[in-house]
Ligand binder design. Structure first.
Ligand SMILES: [Ca+2]
Ligand SMILES: [Ca+2]
Ligand SMILES: [Ca+2]
Ligand SMILES: [Ca+2]
Length: 459
């Protein structure tokens, strides 16, 4: 039995037999050794890579896969990796294959994970910086966002713009892709005031003024759409002693430097009579029936002089309702040059209406014989057009000169009257009764208001 190592492959074994006489015979056979052991292949570790810039994936040659560990009993003939040209976002696999040249092969799988690390790209709609006129309406034109992997992505915005206050404002836009990559962008919004104020002249333009009379510029006001009221400066002079036309220039500048100007022509004219107004004399009227007032008419004031047409305004106007008392009416005449003259007078409304008294029995009358008399318990009332609390008096039809009172509306009194009683009035113990009044004849009631109007005496 022979034992020896044979290499892989076909080995020829030659055998020779030799005798002692030197004769030899030979033969041969083959010993074939086959390699049936595949290579031992271990893949490199799984790898994680970021996307290529501007790509939703990574090119194969941008991935460092590493080297596998491979060995074979007879030697490795080849090691290849089967992969794709480009890896998309997510996890892919590559296959490593090793062969030993003897028909044996081995393979393993390696994972390649590609991560989207690129945020979306935000594109602003409209200008940046964006100019907005003060006191207009601002609507953010917004922004769009596109992600190389996720496509269109929602955009959120933050930041306020106060269109009423000039200045620079910032709006921040933000967009996040499904992989959590966030992009931000900002827009500058400049609220600007580029509109000049508007000047309004007080008084007429052209303004005609008499010569030799001191001239006072009625001035002007200016309002700005953004800044509100703006001060006005005036330049120019008027020589009232020299007839002619003069120009006054008004200027107003808003805080943003926008300036408006306006011009007034002042014409100095000689030989013009001075504007004058004369009011009518005071008007006295009685109150309208039942009213503490009167609708009163008065004559128009008399005007003279002035330049051009003259208008007269009185306040309160004729035909107004005037309350009882003295009412001042102010009248102003204005000519077309803006000259004014004033006067005033009074409309006096007198309360000439007396109160209306009455009494109401609070109990049936009681009659007594000795001496003959009747006792009436009554409550007193009076109404007046003006006086909320007119005085109320009580007397007797046969008690000449006797007067009890004054009483007030709502007072309760006891009346004792007969043919031969001594007139008088006293305060009874009952605090609810204002007076106990004794007199002769029938009871008479009358009333006086604070204006001195006294009603008739009624039974
Ligand atoms: Ca092998
Ligand atoms: Ca992305
Ligand atoms: Ca302005
Ligand atoms: Ca009255």
């Amino acid at each position: 039995m022979f034992r020896r190592n044979f290499p892989v492959g076909t080995n020829i074994v030659s055998c020779t037999a030799t005798d002692s006489a030197g004769n030899a015979a030979t033969c041969s056979f083959k010993v074939t050794v086959q390699d049936r052991e595949p290579p031992v292949l271990v893949c490199p570790p799984d790898v994680t890579v970021n996307t290529d810039p501007g790509q939703c994936g990574v090119a194969f040659n941008h991935v460092s896969l590493g080297a596998p560990s491979v060995s074979d009993n007879c030697g490795v003939a080849s090691v290849v990796v089967r992969t794709r040209i480009r890896f998309g976002v997510g996890t892919s696999t590559v296959t490593w294959v090793a062969t030993d040249g003897n028909g044996n092969g081995a393979q393993c799988l390696q994972k390649v994970t590609v991560v989207d690390v690129e945020p979306p790209v935000i594109t602003l709609v409209g200008a940046n910086p964006l100019a907005v006129e003060c006191h207009t309406t601002f609507t953010d034109p917004g922004a769009t966002a596109d992600d190389i992997c996720a496509g269109a992505v929602a955009v959120t915005s933050s930041g306020n713009v106060d269109v009423n206050t000039p200045g620079s404002y910032t709006i921040t836009y933000s967009a996040t892709d499904p992989s959590g990559n966030t992009a931000t962008a900002t827009r500058t919004v400049n609220v600007v005031d580029s509109v000049a104020p508007i000047i309004a002249l007080n008084g007429a333009n052209p303004l005609i003024v008499p010569c030799h009379v001191p001239f006072t510029d009625p001035g002007a006001t200016a309002t700005d759409a953004c800044a509100g009221s703006v001060s006005v400066s005036a330049s120019g002079t008027v020589d009232v002693n020299t007839p002619g036309d003069y120009a006054l220039t008004y200027s107003a500048t808003d805080p943003s430097g926008n300036t408006a100007t306006a011009t007034r022509t002042v014409s100095v004219v000689c030989g013009t009579p001075t504007l004058a107004i004369t009011c009518p004399p005071d008007v006295n009227v009685s109150n309208d029936p039942g009213q503490c007032s009167a609708v009163a008419n008065y004559p128009a004031p008399v005007v003279s002089g002035g330049i051009g047409s003259v208008t007269v305004v009185c306040n309160p106007p004729s035909g107004s309702s005037f309350p009882v008392g003295t009412n001042v009416v102010n009248c102003t005449a204005t000519d077309s040059a803006g000259n004014t003259a004033t006067c005033s007078f009074n409309v006096v409304v007198n309360d000439t209406e007396a109160p209306v008294p009455s009494m109401v029995a609070t109990a049936p009358p009681v009659r007594y014989q000795n001496p003959p008399r009747v006792v009436n318990r009554v409550q007193l009332f009076a109404t007046d057009n003006c006086d909320p609390d007119p005085f109320i008096y009580i007397g007797g039809s046969q008690s000449q000169g006797f007067v009890a009172g004054p009483f007030h509306r709502g007072d309760k009194v006891t009346l004792i009257h007969g043919p031969n009683l001594t007139p008088g009035s006293r305060k009874p113990r009952d605090p609810n009764i204002a007076a106990e009044i004794t007199f002769n004849g029938d009871p008479l009631i009358w009333s006086a208001d604070s204006a001195g109007n006294v009603s008739a005496k009624v039974r």
